[in-house]
Design a protein around this ligand. Structure first.
Ligand code: SIN
Length: 587
């Protein structure tokens, strides 16, 4: 087989908001930009983001980026890097205006300005009162943004490799990244894409859990590729469970439902968030609300015949508001539970939603990792942005509305930084033949047919193990068992077989590659969680119920080799303002 090889200046893997916003920045620069996506670009998971994007525009009430920064640091349970957070909150404002100018159809206030709604964990005057900061296009904001960015990329003539699956990164002898080996899903043929700079923008990994708001495609591909290239994953123990997934199914019911005035009740009809967060109530930060719901259910106050969920009420808002502000969740509820929320409450329960950790990168998107045998440094030619990256602006818990913001700000900055990088690196690197052979070996890994373990069976087992052993509350005993079971799944990957290759679509091969990625990423989550002996943000341990700033104000780094862990300090110094010192986090 002759391996097809193509040269580009920039390779972007992933066509969600981060990848497409990076590509738009490169548009005017007369560069060859390749965007690889395993699905049609507008099916990337950004399309599913509902409630909106945070920016202190002050269209409804006075607002300041500094208050947004305070909320984000507090929301992160003080694990976020304050320089990066300051940067993101300042950049939010021009970023949203750039989107508006590029054509994003935001909802509008009566005075014509961009519509903004309250979201969880937001405040004005550093915690004093609720802010109204989340810019929205009804409850389909990600959809509006993704389609606009895709259109901008078509205009810019970005070269799309649609329905191509990235197998592995290619590297030179020093570990610098020189592109990737990809597979054309329709033909099953491999192809080498050489690039002077490669951006991983592959999104999250929610498919490690059984009940998730994430699409089937969110399998941590970029994170696993980075791991295999020797780059660690940072802070993977911090996984966000969105409080309001459709009970038993996991689809997202946006936080905007509560932002618009909805609230949660238990089986006694009690508005229970008043007990857990007396001031913010239903708009406390997500980790707080998710824990409250699980506690209500565990203590016997859950709703339904099995007492296994709570109810989200928006019916008091009136049909007109539900239709205008929340049309997407109305449709979701009708389809998946046969309930029209304009008239009846929706059964909800926390659902795996977002990984705060990821590929360690700086605010310019450059991947920063300990060198093979030395201190931390930038990995030449490699960038990461969006959910697959960890900048870290979310720390131990992300605020709703900061995820679209993250992908847009850091996607944009990655694109701009790549322009500078290319000026300094005018030539392609030389791929090490050993790196290409390793990638080819992975490409052939699941070419085996016969009666081994089916991919779907192992994937279902993995998702159940993760749900049972790395959920909202975790103890040493539960996680240790989870780790043992995950290792057993990793051992059994070698027994995975595709039934009859001549009758199997290449999508089955893709699912096998995805399974391997899920295993690597799942192991990074359980290993990092087991070792962090404190409760912080989304990482909640009944056996270590307190936050421990003396020992654990540090980021974890998980390496694939020997499931090794290392740690590095949190950057507590912002760029231009005073630092927010850790405080007790109450809402
Ligand atoms: C939501 O609309 O609740 C999800 C948006 C987000 O996770 O930021």
């Amino acid at each position: 087989m002759t391996l097809i090889r193509k040269n580009f200046d920039v390779l972007i893997i992933g066509a969600g908001g981060a990848g497409l916003n990076a590509a738009v920045q490169l548009a005017g620069a007369d560069l060859r930009v390749a965007v690889v996506s395993k699905v049609f670009p507008t099916r990337s998971h950004t399309v599913a983001a509902q409630g909106g994007v945070n920016a202190a525009l002050g269209n409804v009430d006075e607002d300041k980026w500094h208050w947004h920064m305070f909320d984000t640091v507090k929301g992160s349970d003080y694990l976020g890097d304050q320089d990066a957070i300051e940067f993101m909150c300042r950049e939010a404002i021009p970023t949203v205006y750039e989107l508006e100018h590029n054509g994003v159809p935001f909802s509008r206030l009566d005075n014509g300005r961009i519509y903004q709604r309250p979201f969880g964990g937001q405040s004005r005057h550093f915690g004093k009162e609720q802010a109204t900061r989340t810019c929205a296009a009804a409850d389909r904001t990600g959809h509006a943004i993704l389609h606009t960015l895709y259109q901008q990329n078509l205009k810019a003539r970005s070269h799309f490799f649609t329905e191509y699956f990235a197998i592995d990164l290619l590297q030179d002898q020093e570990g610098g990244v020189t592109g990737a080996l990809v597979m054309d899903i329709s033909s099953g043929e491999p192809m080498v894409l050489n690039a002077r700079a490669t951006l991983l923008a592959t999104g999250g990994c929610g498919q490690v859990f059984r009940t998730t708001s994430n699409a089937h495609i969110n399998t941590g591909d970029g994170m696993a590729m980075a791991l295999r290239a020797g780059v660690p994953l940072q802070d993977m123990e911090f996984f966000q469970f969105h409080p309001t997934g459709v009970a038993g199914r996991g689809m997202l019911i946006t936080e905007a439902s509560r932002g618009e005035g909805g609230y949660l009740i238990n089986k006694e009809g009690e508005r229970f968030m008043e007990r857990y967060a007396p001031s913010a109530k239903d708009l406390a930060s997500r980790d707080v609300v998710a824990r409250a719901i699980v506690t209500e259910v565990r203590e016997g106050r859950g709703c339904g015949p099995n007492g296994d969920h709570v109810l989200l009420k928006v019916d008091h808002l009136g049909e007109e508001t539900v239709a205008r502000r929340l049309p997407g969740i109305r449709e979701t509820s009708k389809i998946f539970v046969g309930i029209d929320p304009a008239f009846e409450p929706i059964p909800v329960y926390p659902t795996a939603h977002y990984v705060m950790g990821g590929i360690p990168s700086d605010r310019f998107g450059r991947v920063v990792a300990p060198a093979r045998h030395g201190p931390e440094e930038v990995v030449p030619g490699l960038y990461a942005a969006g959910e697959c990256a960890c900048v870290s602006v979310h720390g131990a818990n992300r605020l709703g509305g900061n995820s679209l913001l993250d992908i847009l700000v850091f996607g944009r900055l990655s694109g701009l930084d790549i322009l500078d990088y290319l000026e300094e690196h005018p030539r392609h690197g030389q791929t090490d033949s050993a790196s290409e052979e390793k990638a080819m070996a992975r490409f052939q890994r699941f070419d085996r047919e016969g009666d081994g373990i089916p991919v779907a069976e192992l994937r279902a087992e993995l998702q159940k193990v993760m749900e049972d052993h790395a959920g909202v509350f975790r103890t040493e005993e539960i996680m240790q068992e989870g780790l043992d079971r995950m290792r057993s799944i990793r051992d059994r990957l070698d027994e995975v077989r595709l039934k009859d290759r001549s009758r199997t679509f290449n999508t089955a091969r893709v699912e096998a590659f995805e399974l391997e990625n899920l295993v690597d990423v799942g192991l990074s989550i359980v290993t990092s969680a087991l070792h962090r002996q404190e409760s912080r943000g989304a990482h909640s341990r009944p056996d270590f119920p307190e936050r421990d700033d003396r020992n654990w104000m540090r980021h974890s780094l998980y390496f694939l080799e020997d499931d090794r862990l290392d740690y590095k300090p949190v950057r507590t110094r912002p760029l231009s303002v005073d630092s927010f010192p850790p405080k007790e986090r109450v809402y």
